[in-house]
Ligand binder design. Structure first.
Ligand SMILES: CC(C)(C)CCc1c(C(=O)O)[nH]c(=O)[nH]c1=O
Length: 310
């Protein structure tokens, strides 16, 4: 059974890696991912300067997944750039740098700095990054997204990707695809980021479960799987020549199989990794391989994007 994935001009040994934000803020965490069965590594979204993030509790596990309002706690761009200088690219496991600048200028400054280094690390720009206060997140502001991508192309001459928030309306899928398809070096989109601004209530305490934003936070886990699969399948159809990375609700070989069937080139794991740790990758890969064996598929190419309609 071959779980390898060839994309971005390289072949990685498997199809699973971490979702940005989970088990990837500190170098020790990144090294643990690299040493695990994860087929790639992506860093916590970086801002230009380090951030402590929001007051705790800012993450909460629930029976169906997770809610978080971390507030971009990260060691700052220079820390992850330094890690990227020392990273063992020869392992065949790509390194992705997630960027989430607090302004378009910050995102472009980080992209320019990365371009100057000429490292194999690939940027994934987080379009859930904050926009002008009072306006929706960048990924929900189509004009701002169009402007940002033009600026990214000017700041960075290599291949890059974007992390997309979930969309819920065909007109939004179409509007985003029209913008994204203008950018040939935009090689991949990662669908999806957490479903924004959910609210989890604890009926014993009669309170919310996280402190920031009066309890509002991004949802992950089982809550988001159908939305994640829809975004993967729609963008797989709408973005010819680009790759879609699936993210959302993956906790076993079954959901990984669903994402690839929907069109995912590779699959990220977030909430499940947060709780299980990097051992999740070998478990999920084994389950996916077993599923493929039972179904008679010898590689991911044999079923990627072959989700049947009725
Ligand atoms: C939500 C932002 C803080 C603007 C970006 C960072 C981020 C966070 C976070 O750091 O709170 N959590 C997520 O689930 N997704 C994200 O993209």
């Amino acid at each position: 059974i071959d779980l390898s994935v060839t994309w971005l001009g390289q072949t990685m040994p498997g199809c699973l890696y971490n979702a940005s934000g989970v088990w990837c803020r500190e170098e020790g965490e990144l090294e643990a991912l690299h040493a695990s069965a994860a087929a790639a590594v992506i860093t916590k979204s970086a801002t230009l300067t380090p951030r402590d993030g929001n007051p705790e509790p800012r993450y909460c596990r629930t029976p169906l997944g997770s809610i978080n309002s971390m507030g971009l706690p990260n060691r700052g761009f220079d820390y992850y750039l330094d890690y990227a200088r020392r990273y063992r690219y020869g392992s065949g496991k790509p390194l992705f740098l997630s960027l989430s600048g607090l302004s378009l200028d910050d995102n472009c400054a980080m992209l320019r700095r990365l371009a100057e280094e000429g490292l194999p690390a690939v940027p994934e720009v987080n379009l859930s990054c904050p926009n002008v206060p009072g306006k929706p997140q960048l990924g929900y502001d189509f004009a701002a997204t169009a402007e940002a991508l033009e600026a990214f192309d000017a700041a960075y001459s290599g291949l890059y990707g974007v992390k997309l928030p979930p969309y819920f309306d065909p007109a939004h899928f179409a509007a985003m695809a029209e913008i994204l398809n203008r950018h040939p070096r935009l090689a991949f989109v990662t669908c999806i980021n957490s479903i924004g601004n959910g609210l989890v209530v604890d009926i014993d305490s009669e309170a919310v479960v996280i402190k920031p934003k009066d309890g509002l936070g991004g949802l992950g886990g089982d809550y988001v799987l159908p939305t994640a699969l829809a975004n993967v399948r729609e963008f797989f159809r709408l973005l010819p020549g680009k790759d879609v990375v699936g993210c959302g609700g993956v906790k076993s070989g079954r959901e990984a199989f669903m994402h690839i069937l929907a069109g995912a080139r590779a699959v990220q794991v977030g909430t499940c990794l947060y709780h299980e740790g990097p051992g999740a990758f070998s478990r999920i890969a084994g389950e996916l391989a077993m599923l493929m064996r039972v179904k008679g598929y010898r590689s991911l190419d044999a079923f990627r994007g072959r989700l049947r309609t009725l």
